[in-house]
Design a protein around this ligand. Structure first.
Ligand SMILES: *[C@@H]1O[C@H](CO)[C@@H](O)[C@H](O)[C@H]1NC(C)=O
Length: 294
């Protein structure tokens, strides 16, 4: 009976692979905070494919972010995999506040997401050096956290309308109703050395490099304060990556956006979107280029 059930499941999984589909994964390993995992498997997977983890905002689901983003159709032509996880707690916001989530293998949401990545590498023989994380709003905040807590597992991040890793540390929750609003309101300001020390303490003893980072924020964001949160994220990552501001390119990649380049432009780039509110629309093709996939 059970064997029969398993055959049906693998047949349907095979069918999904032929067509390119979003598949739910019930068991991806230890899942201490009860996350849900879906993965988009394209019609034609590359050999040792790249993996993008795409994180929804508060109130969202992986299924919804899958429908909102163009990564699936790009995966069909490019052959990478896209993990679309869901955060089922705290108004479906990612936990970017608790010590559990802000510590390496600490038993929080970041731990469950890391296990989804490990499962995907093992199941699809994905390239462990080509794992990328991106997300919008709460998903952007969690992208910062994943890049801070699992820097050895993530090659690059692209953050839409987020806050620095650690900005909500100690807050009772991570949602608009449960969180201490100081971070979103731009009241958490630290020195670069303080941000760097806070991130390093999330994975004590780690001495390797940090993921390359791309940061998007709209100047008219009235929900997650532009001035501080954009600026503090840049402060944090330019410190971790050891780069400083070099130049602005206006109207890049589109009218009204300013591309801010740090160092030689291979480790940190930020996009300030004039007049854009919460949240900046996802720029999938710019992300893929940043991830080195196109
Ligand atoms: C670069 O662009 C940002 C965002 O528009 C702006 O805040 C900053 O002042 C610019 N820097 C220079 C040197 O022009």
């Amino acid at each position: 009976m059970f064997a029969m059930f398993k055959i049906i499941i693998s047949l349907s999984a095979l069918f999904a692979i032929i067509n390119g589909a979003l598949i739910s994964v019930a068991d991806f390993g230890s899942n201490p905070s009860g996350l849900k995992m879906s993965i988009y498997v394209p019609s034609k997977i590359s050999e040792n494919p790249a993996v993008i983890v795409a994180l929804h905002g508060c109130g969202g689901t992986g299924q919804q972010y899958y429908q909102m983003t163009k990564y699936p159709s790009l995966a069909d032509t490019n052959g990478f995999l896209v993990i679309y996880p869901s955060a089922p707690h705290d108004s479906n916001c990612w936990d970017v506040a608790s010590t559990r989530s802000l510590s390496r293998d600490g038993g929080g949401d970041s731990n469950g997401l890391a296990n989804m990545i490990k499962y995907t590498i093992a199941t699809y023989k994905a390239d462990p050096k080509k794992v990328f994380v991106t997300g919008t709003s709460s998903g952007g905040m969690m992208t910062n956290v994943m890049c801070a807590v699992y820097p050895d597992m993530v090659a690059a991040g692209s953050v839409y309308s987020g806050v620095p890793a650690g900005c909500l540390a100690g807050s009772p929750g991570s949602s608009p109703t449960s969180a201490n609003q100081d971070c979103a309101n731009g009241k958490i300001v630290k020195t670069q050395a303080q941000w760097v020390a806070q991130v390093k303490a999330m994975y004590p003893g780690y001495s390797g490099t940090y993921p390359k980072m791309q940061i998007w924020h709209g100047t008219a964001d009235s929900f997650v304060n532009y001035n501080q949160n954009f600026g503090e994220q840049i402060k944090e990552w330019s410190g971790l990556l050891g780069v400083s501001f070099v130049k602005n390119n206006t109207n890049t990649p589109q009218s009204g956006y300013t591309q801010m380049t740090y160092g030689d432009g291979t480790k940190l780039v930020a996009y300030s979107a004039a007049g854009v509110g919460h949240t900046v629309p996802v720029h999938e093709t710019v992300d893929l280029k940043w991830f080195g996939l196109t």
